[in-house]
Design a protein around this ligand. Structure first.
Ligand code: NAD
Length: 478
């Protein structure tokens, strides 16, 4: 037996206990001594009335052990509880979600023989997953997409360090910076800045939709892809399908204080308890965990045994072989164990990026904001010209004047448009005399709007940062 580690083990929901059991048995058979501290999260915890889905004793265990192997957790859809997965990722600031996929001999796909081997590195805590959502009017919901400069720098440095560690040559940054110029644009900008520190790695930016197109058309051109949270969530299901599906996609959630290893797939409730699902993704997540723990020999041997199992003729689970000739989850697990080579010499290769180096030297911008106006969002049922007339009057003899009104991002006043308007309007007031706008001047405007019997629902200051607009224009705005 090698060194002893303590790992928090969360069996999870649905097929979780089956895939985690397979992973645990194989790791134990490899000879790595792990003390598993079993804790719970997800459906059973929500049922106890714990809204986060993660009880205190699970949080304590992770704080102490800093390493987690977990099964998928069910997320209630719609209203009420938050995702327990997202809670865990955020609580422990696991900022990098590493999702490698590679071709398996014996797993036929349209890409077989093309030797696919790529990694999606998904920013894991920001973006639309900040979870800040509001119904602003009866008809309009809003979700805030938050992207921070330090958050971008962390994930970019992680991606380049990971590429170096793995001996990979290229990092693509996939964004929608052409449309979301400030949020996705910041991600792209920081990528370009950070890439200068890694001249040995080729750095390319690619628009996310083209990236998905290219991934289906010519996936072998990609090595490491770094992307924002939402893009990465969607794209990594796509990349898993290139090599056989969700059953083959492992992941690591890496933070400075904790790392959580789990399959990309969910709890697949319809197969729970049936002993038919493919445990490969969870086993390979265990391999990522062993690399992280420095157990490189066992990691390499387990991965080789999984590959050998897939390459052998009669050892395929139902997702690949169909009902008639497939093996069960437990048979597959036993086959992997039978293919484990005897322990050898650990390979002298680092299996873990030094996150300390990344989180210690993050830069924040020194730019200073200057308020130049305000966007006032109002709930209003009526026409653009009616609202425009009221808002022109509200701005009269104040520090700001109405510049334009937009509805769902398109300018609808002044001028004519075919936009179908809903009950949520953004009224843009801009500086009238060149002086900085004070909070009192904004309150003054809001009082006038309230006196005009309009319901404002949200305001946003229009700021210039070192003279550059910190806001975008509406479609059609000059
Ligand atoms: P899912 O991943 O559970 O299932 C999608 C499809 O892939 C299904 O057809 C399923 O049968 C198949 N599949 C998934 N894993 C497989 C495996 N190991 N072997 C063979 N086939 C497999 O996604 P879903 O149905 O959208 O979500 C079900 C639940 O899981 C939801 O509550 C969701 O929120 C949750 N979820 C959790 C995580 C996580 O814990 N990290 C990730 C995704 C979804």
């Amino acid at each position: 037996m090698t060194t002893k580690h303590t790992v928090t083990l969360i069996p999870g929901d649905g097929i979780g206990p089956e895939v985690i059991d397979a992973t645990r048995k194989i790791i134990e058979a490899s000879g790595v001594a792990i003390h598993w501290e079993i804790r719970h999260a997800g459906a059973s915890v929500f049922k106890q009335g714990i809204e986060s889905g993660v009880p205190e004793e699970t949080i304590e265990s992770i704080r102490k052990n800093r390493i987690v192997l977990k099964g998928p957790l069910e997320t209630p859809v719609g209203f009420g509880e938050k995702s327990a997965n997202v809670t865990l990722r955020k609580l422990f600031e696991t900022f990098a979600n590493v999702r490698p996929v590679s071709e398996f001999e014996g797993v036929p796909t349209p890409y077989s023989g093309r030797k696919l081997d790529l990694v999606v590195i998904r920013e894991n805590v920001e973006d639309l997953y900040a979870g800040i959502e509001h119904m602003q009017t009866p008809d309009v919901a809003q979700c805030l997409k938050l992207i921070s400069r330090p958050g971008c720098e962390k994930i970019m440095r992680y991606a380049f360090e990971y590429a170096r560690m793995e001996g990979r040559k290229t990092v693509h940054c996939a964004t929608k910076a052409n449309i979301m110029k400030l949020t996705e644009g910041l991600f792209k900008k920081v990528f370009e800045e950070v890439s200068k520190d890694y001249p040995d790695i080729e750095a390319n930016h690619i628009i996310i939709d083209n990236c998905c197109h290219q991934l289906v058309k010519k996936p072998e051109q990609f090595d490491v892809i770094v992307t924002t949270n939402m893009n990465g969530d969607i794209m990594s299901d796509l990349t898993s399908a290139l090599v056989g599906g969700l059953g083959f996609a492992p992941s690591a959630n890496i933070g400075h204080n904790a790392a959580i290893f789990e399959a990309v797939h969910g709890s697949a409730p319809k197969y729970a308890g049936k002993n038919v699902i493919n445990p490969t993704a969870a086993i390979l997540s265990g391999v990522l965990m062993l690399k992280y723990l420095g157990e490189l020999d066992a990691a390499v041997r387990i991965e080789a045994a999984v590959r050998k199992t897939w390459a052998s003729a009669n050892s395929k689970t139902r997702d690949i072989a169909g009902d008639s000739i497939s093996v069960s989850t437990t048979e597959f697990t036993a086959n992997v164990i039978s293919h484990l080579a005897p322990a050898g010499q650990p390979k002298p290769r680092p299996g873990r990026v030094d996150t300390g180096k990344i989180v210690e030297n993050l830069k924040s911008s020194s730019a200073v904001g200057r308020v130049d106006g305000a966007d006032v969002f109002v709930e209003f049922k009526g026409s653009a010209s009616e609202l425009g007339a009221i808002m022109e009057r509200c701005g009269e003899s104040t520090a700001m004047k109405l510049k334009m009104i937009s509805n769902r991002g398109t300018k609808v006043y002044p001028g004519r448009t075919d936009t179908a308007c809903v009950d949520h309007w953004r009224c843009r007031f801009v500086n009238r005399n060149g002086k900085e706008i004070s909070d009192r001047q904004i309150y003054d405007l809001l009082y006038r709007i309230t006196d005009a019997k309009l319901k404002w629902v949200h305001i946003e200051k229009l700021q210039l940062f070192d003279g550059k607009a910190g806001f975008t224009k509406a479609q059609g705005e000059d």
